[in-house]
Ligand binder design. Structure first.
Ligand code: ZN
Length: 271
């Protein structure tokens, strides 16, 4: 039996090792929505089996963003009859452009996915697109809201609002430093403040990875990131030729700090 956690409002979440990935499930009267599909067909089959313990309804999938652990399982769901995959337009574009290049990430745990060999290892690009405006996905007597608050962890992070819960993807992570590799740190801090302001609408906030978030987690994450942006900018002004000077003063690990600074300085994050 899968260990679904019942969040109320026909909403459930399941935590998957080794990344403590939080998958979501919302069950309506006619359809059910699955939030994120795992890092390859092996994990996706576990997710699908767990979903089928809860419901036999036709499924709809949403990918919160274009990182491999959130969409590499899509082909398993397509083989199970899903033909509606939702994502933000930038995430869908990123999956189409660089999904294949990410296969190397799962060489150890999902060898078939890494090698692009075997069943259900195709990259399935979402075709149901969310842009600036929120989208209501009707599940029958139950609707889920997909919305975008701007660039943050990536340039295409979707939030998923259910009657009881807000699924934030990796905009919020619990128990780990934020992952800055494709991020827009300054805008991310603003998005986190926005999420914090929305918190009263939802009983639970489900991060992309780790334990359910509290109000203070999100506020602290927002304040820490805004402070890190200020510190890094100041250090860069003082030592314009050596951005690495800021690394020891940042509230993250050395690797995250290095990525943070490179993303803060990237020209595309200026507009
Ligand atoms: Zn991610």
């Amino acid at each position: 039996m899968a260990h679904w956690r019942d969040l109320g409002g026909d909403t459930y979440t399941l935590s998957l090792e080794p990344l403590r990935l939080n998958v979501g499930l919302v069950i309506g009267a006619e359809r059910a929505l699955v939030i994120d599909t795992g890092e390859g067909p092996r994990q996706a089959r576990l997710i699908l089996d767990a979903v089928r313990e809860k419901t036999q309804l036709p499924l709809v999938v949403v990918n919160t963003h274009a990182h491999y652990d959130h969409f590499f399982g899509n082909a398993v769901f397509r083989a199970a009859g899903v033909n509606e995959f939702w994502a933000h337009e930038n995430a869908a574009a990123a999956i189409a452009a660089s999904g294949d290049a990410a296969r190397v990430e799962v060489a150890g745990r999902e060898p078939e996915m890494a090698a692009a060999e075997g069943e259900d290892t195709e990259i399935v690009v979402p075709q149901a697109i969310v842009r600036e405006q929120p989208v209501l996905v009707d599940l029958g007597g139950q609707a889920v809201t997909l919305f975008y608050l701007g660039r943050g962890h990536t340039d295409g992070d979707l939030l998923v609002g259910t009657p009881s819960s807000l699924f934030s993807g990796d905009l919020v992570e619990e128990g780990a430093y934020p992952e800055f590799g494709d991020s827009y740190p300054e805008e991310w801090a603003d998005v986190l403040r926005h999420i914090s302001a929305l918190r009263h609408r939802y009983e639970h906030l489900v991060p992309g990875h780790g334990a359910l978030s509290t109000d203070s987690t999100v506020r602290t994450m927002a304040e820490t990131m805004a402070m890190a942006v200020r510190s890094a900018r100041q250090a860069t002004r003082e030592s314009p030729n050596d951005a690495t000077k800021a690394i020891p003063i940042l509230p993250y690990g050395p690797e995250q700090s290095r990525l943070f600074i490179s993303r803060l300085r990237a020209p595309h994050s200026l507009h």
